[in-house]
Ligand binder design. Structure first.
Ligand code: URA
Length: 288
């Protein structure tokens, strides 16, 4: 190998390991070589996994109906969609998502004080997508928790603080990106939204995606994965490979709340985020 390419490779490795050290270090991972944390709670199993993976296995196959069918405003909880319709808007075989001329405000006005599903009963407020509407990168999580419900913004609690560190480790700022959830109302006891609740709420996320047109979406955890991609496997099987959501690149990775429970997954998450960073670094911004 010529001298210069060895040098470049070494510089690259050094950069990667420095960034990884900073990411893992900031997250409280002291034993970088082992990829595990002295603060790791090895005894705590990821509560989401069994239920989520069972739900994924039971989920109906996607069909290929047209996308972006959005329930209109209702004054009483919507009746749940049929199982067959749950994946209709997420079908990855559907054509590319055309840029819509809707503004986020128009979408949020349409959402209003939403009562389309039963989650409205326990929430303090609707938590809409938040961040830079010209962002190249979007993050999508599951649903607001207690802090988000109180403050009206996604990812402001402990998981949100970790997400901010992840974004910064990528060399970006939180203000550069946009962050949303599949569901906008806090589920009671922070339970996972049901398939029906997710199917009622996600068309608004799809409308936002069409309006924002991010170049990459990072889906965090099983709920986001299942609702954006035609995917029955769990996040640990599909993470780390770019997928497609209607012409937009999607990177599935672990949810930051899961990383808080199992810090050993930070190393893989960092690998996924580096792929996203490298893709964005190597692709001219659509706005340039
Ligand atoms: N977890 C999520 O999935 N979303 C939030 O906004 C906060 C925690």
């Amino acid at each position: 190998m010529p001298h210069d390419s060895i040098k470049e490779e070494l510089i690259g490795l050094l950069r990667d390991s420095r960034e990884q050290a900073s990411f893992l270090g900031e997250l409280g991972v002291e034993n970088i070589a082992l990829g595990s944390s002295s603060t790791q709670n090895a005894a705590a199993p990821p509560a989401i996994t069994a239920a989520a993976e069972a739900a994924i296995r039971m989920a109906p196959p996607a069909n290929q109906q047209p996308a972006l069918q959005v329930p209109r405003r209702q004054t009483s909880p919507a009746s749940p969609p049929s199982a067959d319709s749950l994946f209709s808007e997420a079908a990855t075989t559907a054509p590319s998502l055309a840029k819509s001329s809707e503004t986020l405000e128009q979408i949020w006005t349409d959402i209003g004080e939403c009562t389309r599903c039963g989650l409205c009963e326990g929430r303090t407020q609707v938590v809409n997508t938040h961040g830079n509407r010209n962002a190249r990168l979007m993050f999508v999580g599951e649903a607001p928790g207690a802090d988000e419900d109180a403050q009206g913004k996604p990812f402001v609690g402990r998981a949100g603080q970790l997400l901010t560190k992840m974004i910064e480790a990528m060399g970006m700022k939180r203000e550069n990106v946009i962050i949303g959830n599949v569901n906008r109302c806090r589920p009671p006891g922070n339970r996972q939204p049901t398939l029906e609740e997710a199917a009622i709420c996600r068309p608004f996320l799809f409308r936002e995606i069409a309006a924002i047109q991010p170049e990459v979406i990072v889906v965090m955890g099983n709920t986001a994965l299942r609702n954006l991609l035609e995917e029955r496997e769990g996040i640990s099987r599909v993470r780390g490979k770019f997928r497609d959501f209607r012409g937009i690149k999607v990177m599935p990775t672990f949810h930051p709340a899961y990383l808080l429970r199992d810090p050993s997954k930070k190393r893989e998450t960092w690998e996924d985020l580096k792929m996203v960073r490298d893709f964005l670094d190597g692709t001219p911004s659509r706005q340039d």
